[in-house]
Design a protein around this ligand. Structure first.
Ligand SMILES: O=C1O[C@H](COP(=O)(O)O)[C@@H](O)[C@H](O)[C@H]1O
Length: 295
């Protein structure tokens, strides 16, 4: 099996670097990105399949740790390419070893369409994930799809507030925000995460946990989304990005190009106390500074 993976942990004083190669690997790492100051981890895989395998492992490990510590695992999904990249979680050994009954599922963003609509993030997850392993139906918290975007956001925040009250979702010790055990994000080529789009006023939202937009530049226009304070209060945030169409944006975000320019939403994902891991395939990572692959 062709395999290359390297993990880079960026921290003010610690620089950890590991390379895993097997005998038939055909890629070489020519240089390394420099030390960063924000404590994030960047993992780069030879292809989406390798990424998917490690992502399943990462999620399963967090689930086990959270269930052990809190008795539950509160995880927020996104839509888009993420769900197919999570498919290995529904296969052996995880299908049998993960304690699915302890999972509480939420969406970091949702399109305000019917649950059976092709654009629904819920439908995507139901078809690709929820229908394949034994989740408890009452633990799956999707939006109210029969009301306006504004009301759907309000209702969703209310549901989350109830679950924070009963500690199904933890609470941040530095803000009153919910502290999800894991928030899984994708990133669009424009740098959007969840339904937080570049230059949109909701990037400034500090009070609401869940907000809405009716002018999404990517269809459909009406969406609800977690706000940045909620994303940045999570215990763990993973941003999963594949494909060359996102390489330039990955470079702008991870290499912190033009730090003075208005931030891309993905760049604003900086958990205050939690862990941030970027999962990239080599196409998405191809424009990172100092990270070059050759055949
Ligand atoms: O519209 C959305 O797009 C992003 C990115 O999707 P991807 O297919 O490019 O990975 C996704 O994370 C978000 O949940 C979704 O609503």
């Amino acid at each position: 099996m062709l395999y290359i993976s390297f993990g880079l942990i960026f921290a003010p004083v610690v620089f950890h670097y590991a390379v895993g190669l097997n005998s038939v690997c055909s890629f070489r790492i020519m240089a390394l990105p420099g030390v960063k100051k924000d404590g994030r981890e960047v993992k780069i895989y030879e292809n989406a399949d390798e990424l998917s395998t490690d992502l399943a492992d990462y999620v399963a490990e967090l689930s086990e740790a959270s269930v052990k510590e809190r008795g539950v695992f509160a995880v927020a999904l996104s839509g888009g390419s993420l769900i197919s990249l999570m498919s290995k979680l529904c296969e052996a050994p995880y299908s049998k070893t993960v304690d699915w009954a302890k999972w509480y599922i939420f969406w970091a963003d949702e399109r305000v369409v019917a649950k059976n609509h092709a654009d629904s993030n819920y439908k995507l997850a139901k078809d690709g994930l929820l229908s394949k392993v034994p989740f408890v139906p009452s633990h799956v918290h999707s939006i109210n799809d029969t009301v306006s975007a504004e009301k759907a956001a309000e209702d969703y925040e209310f549901v989350i507030r109830q679950l924070v009250r009963t500690r199904v979702i933890s609470v941040s010790d530095i803000s009153d925000c919910p502290k999800f055990d894991l928030i899984l994000l994708g990133m669009g080529p424009d740098g959007h995460v969840a339904s937080l789009f570049p230059n949109h006023p909701v990037l400034e939202e500090k009070e609401e946990w869940v907000t809405f937009i009716t002018d999404s530049p990517k269809p459909p226009p009406e969406r609800i989304t977690f706000t940045l304070p909620v994303i940045n209060s999570a215990s763990n945030v993973a941003v999963i990005v594949t494909g060359s169409s996102k390489a330039e944006t990955v470079h702008l975000v991870i290499d912190d190009v033009e730090p003075d320019k208005p931030s891309l939403p993905a760049k604003m994902v900086q958990p205050t106390k939690g862990n941030l891991v970027w999962f990239l395939d080599k196409e998405a990572a191809s424009k990172l500074d100092g990270s070059k692959f050759s055949q």
